[in-house]
Design a protein around this ligand. Structure first.
Ligand code: PAF
Length: 291
């Protein structure tokens, strides 16, 4: 038998608010980990990080329709609530917030949150709806939960920067913390969408992160940005990823461009990429800095 405290589940904002009110009355702080469920070890590392920042950890589990375009996988996105709740309980999460679509998007809803510019580059060029959906749902989750801290994975690096900007611009008093990407032993970044990969695709997908790792090495040892990107394109293609949406080397704080030449010494940068393995779109990114 587990010695864990059973997890509480709030299925609407009113139940959530009476729960968080009781926590705050005790003077305890709250960390929120927003998720879309289909949890894996990457999410568990976010919960562990959240425990380092607050007394109580809440995870939200909500597959957010506004971040899916009509042709994307909203209907087939993996859903596994019973397993998710068990994993959250084992990770010491005190409450799962599992609202309905109409709790998050009331009938007649007309309000969207857009973080200009940064939402429409890189991922945003290929999925222009995506960050509007993310900023809208995360701002609503922040307003419902009113957490002191919220933890997001660096796996979705652009999302992390956009949420930081959004919280700052809206004056939401939440500390947005980024947590390092958790990888499979062969280097593939953990993602709920990895479940879509066939066995062969899954084996080959390791080549994606390996190509980025190699590019990081090239950039840090003085090869030009254009050469490192060209080599990464070749390696990703050879790993069997058919369509490459982008491979880019950008400033780590605001994703601005760094040109084609040498990575400026001492500048914190990030290599970011998205590519298709069959019908599954993979994204990944890594920190890079030339001394
Ligand atoms: O990263 C995710 O899983 C989602 O984009 C998020 C932040 C939970 C918003 O739906």
């Amino acid at each position: 038998m587990s010695d864990r405290t059973p997890i509480d589940v709030a299925r609407n904002p009113a139940d959530l608010r009476s729960w968080t009110h009781a926590i705050r009355t005790k003077g305890q702080t709250i960390a929120l980990v927003p998720t879309m469920g289909a949890l894996h070890d990457g999410h568990m590392s976010l919960i562990a990080e959240a425990h380092r920042h607050a007394d109580v950890v809440i995870a939200s589990v909500f597959v957010n329709p506004t971040q899916f375009a009509a042709h994307e996988d909203l209907d087939t996105y993996p859903r596994a609530e019973a397993k998710d709740l068990e994993m959250l309980e084992n990770a010491g999460c005190a409450l799962a917030y599992c609202p309905s679509v109409t709790d998050m998007y009331p009938i007649g809803d007309k309000t969207r949150v857009t973080v200009e510019d940064i939402s429409f580059i890189l991922e945003g060029e290929f999925r222009p709806h995506f960050f509007i959906g993310v900023a809208t749902i995360v701002s609503r989750l922040f307003i419902h939960v009113m957490p002191d801290v919220a933890v997001f994975g660096e796996k979705d690096y652009q999302q992390l920067l956009i949420i930081r900007r959004m919280a700052k611009d809206l004056g939401l008093p939440v500390n947005v913390v980024g947590a390092t990407t958790i990888r499979e032993p062969d280097g593939l970044a953990m993602s709920s969408r990895n479940a879509y990969l066939s066995n062969t695709e899954r084996r080959n997908a390791a080549g994606f992160s390996q190509a980025l790792r190699h590019a990081v090495h090239q950039l840090e040892t003085g090869q030009s940005i254009s050469d490192a990107i060209a080599t990464a394109y070749d390696a990703i293609g050879q790993a069997g990823l058919g369509k490459i949406d982008y491979v880019a080397v950008r400033d780590a704080e605001d994703l601005s461009g760094l040109g084609d030449g040498l990575l400026p010494s001492g500048r914190k940068a990030r290599i970011l990429a998205a590519a298709w393995m069959g019908k599954t779109r993979l994204i990944d990114n890594m920190p890079v800095m030339r001394k």
